[in-house]
Design a protein around this ligand. Structure first.
Ligand SMILES: Cc1cc2nc3c(=O)[nH]c(=O)nc-3n(C[C@H](O)[C@H](O)[C@H](O)COP(=O)(O)OP(=O)(O)OC[C@H]3O[C@@H](n4cnc5c(N)ncnc54)[C@H](O)[C@@H]3O)c2cc1C
Length: 460
């Protein structure tokens, strides 16, 4: 592969591992880049598309520019303008995007408040810049103002605002739309196979493809890992990124309840992390944007480190999903936190069992910044497009081009520092961007084994 800052890489073959938002949007962007015009592009995934336990595949994802960080707010605002295109053939069409509004709140004096206040300033400024009506963002200075705006008889938090320009996407439908765009290019071959390791050159300083679970190999000039929360099983990311499990519950509603709650805004409390998405097809979703659970597993060190003596076995947090644990349910502390959140947010909704639950895995980084960069050890043969940190989905229409720009060494300036390979690693990856609620340090199987719920379970 030839590459230099002046001439973008032009590999003969590019292998993208992972067909979530990061991998699929990269495939689409590369298929239109002149420098990849003669490149054979292959996308591999361990499961048939859409992979049911991928973090990009679910009933909903929040599409918001409500960020404390102006760079992500700006990029999200760009993405939103594409989500809002609602002709049937367009991304937001056929119910893939719904602009329900978002009530973003915090418990004053607690974690999350700073984030919500910064986010408020950012969206007010963004709307002014975009010429959006002044009343699209309204401060909600009290519990009463929040309850009145949510309109369910309940609420959460005691300070916040409503942004009527925020909405939610049918995440699985969005992914199917994206896949159709990629298929239409006729440039990309899809394969279902699980990668068990990267292949390295004899000297260990180049990645030359991947080894599959059936022990065959697939060679490539250029490999992109877009493997979400599974990425730490393929490359050593200790101190840079790890999988954290996040809880979701789906609640069945009657027709009358659907009718009553169908037009409510989303409600997200950044202090507890608890949020609800308005129901569709008689199902309401409650979930927690939290520090999550780790699932520590001992694995052989997947990295080749030329000239260095590395540990043979390392411990990393990896996803546990119903694919490898068919009976996986929610730990008692999560069930209790969800019950409390529902009582507060929807006090008139009679309690009932979940129709389904799920643990979905974030690819967390210490700062919630993505990792979109060449791995420094492999002479530009390995690129990482991951680190979604629980907020990557909304960027579906724009992130592929950003990733392709970074591959071509033209990373958007505001993200150059944020998405780069970090030389300084932390001892323990805990995402501290101010947006996370719940307890820190929970281990999945320890929480599963508990028979009683710790009294602090729904507090920060
Ligand atoms: C519960 C939850 C709620 C979220 N809410 C929001 C939200 O409201 N708004 C928002 O913007 N974002 C949200 N996010 C974050 C967003 O969904 C993710 O950042 C984004 O989907 C990450 O995409 P990805 O492509 O990195 O990972 P994924 O979608 O997980 O894709 C990775 C793919 O790699 C494949 N793979 C992994 N290992 C291998 C292997 N060894 N061989 C072959 N294939 C492999 C997997 O099968 C998978 O298909 C949420 C995430 C979760 C989990």
């Amino acid at each position: 592969m030839s590459s230099s800052p002046a001439s973008p890489p032009s590999p003969k073959s590019a292998l993208i591992v992972g067909s979530g938002v990061f991998g699929l949007s990269t495939a689409l962007a590369l298929s239109t880049r002149p420098s990849f015009a003669t490149t054979t592009i292959t996308v591999l995934d361990r499961l048939p598309f859409p992979a049911h336990d991928a973090s990009s595949v679910d009933s909903s994802r929040i599409i918001r520019a409500d960020y404390a960080d102006p760079a992500y707010a700006g990029l999200a605002s760009k993405a939103q303008s594409i989500w809002r295109q609602t002709e049937p053939s367009q991304l937001g069409g056929e119910g893939r995007y719904s602009e329900s509004g978002l009530v973003l709140v915090a418990d004053t004096g607690n974690g999350g408040e700073h984030y919500v206040r910064e986010s408020y300033s950012n969206v007010v400024a963004l709307n002014k810049r975009n010429g959006v009506a002044d009343n699209s963002v309204t401060e909600l200075p009290s519990k009463e103002a929040i309850a009145k705006t949510v309109g369910t008889g309940g609420g959460s938090g005691d300070w916040g605002y409503i942004n009527r320009c925020s909405g939610w996407a049918d995440a699985e439908a969005g992914m199917k739309w994206l896949r159709a765009q990629v298929d239409a290019t006729k440039r990309v071959t899809f394969k279902t196979a699980e990668v068990i390791s990267l292949l390295y050159s004899p000297s260990g300083d180049k990645v030359t493809g991947v080894r599959l679970k059936n022990n065959t190999i697939l060679e490539a000039d250029f490999t992109i890992l877009a493997t979400g929360a599974w990425t730490p099983s393929l490359i050593d990311l200790r101190g840079r990124s790890q999988a954290t499990g996040q809880v979701i519950g789906y609640i069945p509603l009657t027709d009358a309840e659907q009718e009553k709650l169908g037009s409510m805004p989303m409600l997200l409390n950044m202090s507890t992390g608890m949020f609800i998405i308005p129901p569709r097809n008689n199902v309401l979703k409650v979930a927690r944007h939290g520090y999550g659970y780790t699932n520590p597993v001992a694995i052989s060190n997947p990295s080749s480190s030329p000239g260095k003596q590395e540990e043979k076995e390392i411990i990393v947090s990896l996803p546990a999903t119903t694919h490898n644990h068919p009976d996986l349910t929610l730990p008692p502390e999560a069930q209790s936190a969800m019950k409390h959140a529902l009582q507060s947010m929807l006090p008139t909704l009679p309690a009932r069992p979940f129709s389904a639950t799920k643990i979905c895995w974030y690819t967390d980084t210490p700062t919630a910044d993505f990792i979109i960069t060449y791995h420094p050890n492999y002479n530009k043969s390995l690129f990482l497009a991951t680190g979604g940190s629980g907020h990557g989905y909304k960027f579906l229409p724009v992130i592929g081009d950003c990733i392709a720009d970074c591959i071509e060494s033209r990373c958007p300036p505001e993200f150059r520092e944020k998405w780069r390979w970090r030389e300084n690693v932390v001892d323990n990856v805990v995402t501290e961007d101010g947006s996370r609620g719940g307890r820190r340090g929970m281990v999945l199987w320890d929480e599963m084994a508990r028979t009683h719920v710790p009294s602090t379970s729904s507090k920060i």
